[in-house]
Design a protein around this ligand. Structure first.
Ligand code: DON
Length: 309
């Protein structure tokens, strides 16, 4: 995709960059420690094909939790919303993304929403496919279609690093299995989930995916409805209510754009009917969201009146 450097965006990135020093790269997945905390870049993709950017937009990063909204879209297509929401809830938690606390107090032990790790693991469990690799390949193919790039793959080092250290996610899976919410081999589920989180792309791809969500699931180039409108609506609603975890309320008030973050520093934004945003800034705040990425979105939202509320 051709993307033009934009002076106004450059100025905003320059200003937001000063906040990177207040954050830290994720360290609980060892391979993510290699991230450069001073990186910050943004791409904005419009339905007419125009793309504007600032920073090192070709730099690749892993999707991590941004993948949760994409796997949800595919599982909704695969299984329908009634089945999906029999297994995972629709409510924000107010807890950190990897918290196990609410699971134990819920009867049945159904995770509260698909954006927290417990809920995302149930979503990945529901992906259709004959084999474990088939399920992941279907998800990867869907990501490639949304980003319009068949060369997108996953970062093996990051996936391996997460497999080696994902004991909290394993604990969530065993809890869910004990309570009959999932019924597959935990290591197999962890294998697909970590590869899903390690899918790697740049800001341009992420802005392109955000654009498809912004345009109600329609691929702006081909006109194809990749995600049914109703499912794109559900995904964007989760991005508003749970996309930034226990910072989602403040984010909705200050910024007001459906967005999803990941611990590698990605944020995907979807401004309804207008454009998609891809941001990469690996220095995180204490809730696991890109600290300068949020600042950048706040400036954009204020300057260009982007809040949907
Ligand atoms: O499961 C995990 O902990 C990671 N693979 C993804 C978490 C994440 O990105 C949370 N986001 N801000």
């Amino acid at each position: 995709m051709l993307c033009k450097t934009n002076e106004e965006l450059n100025a905003l990135v320059k200003e937001a960059k000063s906040f990177t020093s207040n954050g830290k790269v994720a360290d609980y997945i060892p391979a993510l420690r290699k991230g450069n905390p001073s990186n910050l870049s943004i791409a904005i993709n419009y339905p007419d094909g125009l793309c504007i950017s600032a920073g090192d937009v070709e730099k690749k990063f892993t999707l991590q939790s941004v993948s949760k909204v994409i796997s949800l879209a595919l599982v909704l297509i695969d299984q329908g919303s009634e089945y999906v929401f029999d297994h995972v809830g629709m409510e924000p938690t107010g807890d950190p993304f990897n918290s196990i606390a609410k699971l134990e107090s819920m009867i049945p032990a159904k995770p509260l929403n698909p954006m927290i790790n417990a809920g995302a693991l149930v979503v990945t469990h529901m992906l259709k496919g004959a084999t474990v690799s088939d399920r992941f390949d279907r998800l990867l193919g869907f990501v490639q279609e949304l980003a319009d790039d068949t060369s997108i793959s996953f970062n093996k080092e990051v996936a391996r690093s997460e497999v080696e250290t994902a004991d909290l996610n394993r604990a969530l899976c065993y809890f869910l299995k004990q309570h009959d919410i999932i019924d597959e081999d935990v290591e197999e589920l962890i294998d697909i989930y970590t590869k899903q989180c390690a899918i790697e792309m740049n800001c341009l791809h992420l802005a392109r995916i955000g654009l498809v969500f912004a345009m109600d699931g329609i691929d702006p180039d081909s006109g194809k409805q990749i995600i049914p409108k109703e499912y794109a609506r559900i995904c964007k609603t989760f991005m508003v209510t749970c996309g930034m975890y226990n910072a989602s309320g403040e984010f909705a008030i200050k910024i007001g754009i459906p967005a999803k973050s990941g611990v590698a520093g990605g944020i995907m934004g979807a401004v309804p009917g207008r454009f998609g945003i891809g941001i990469f800034g690996p220095a995180l705040d204490d809730k696991g969201n890109s600290i300068a990425g949020i600042k950048l979105l706040e400036m954009l939202s204020n300057n260009y009146k982007l809040s949907m509320f």
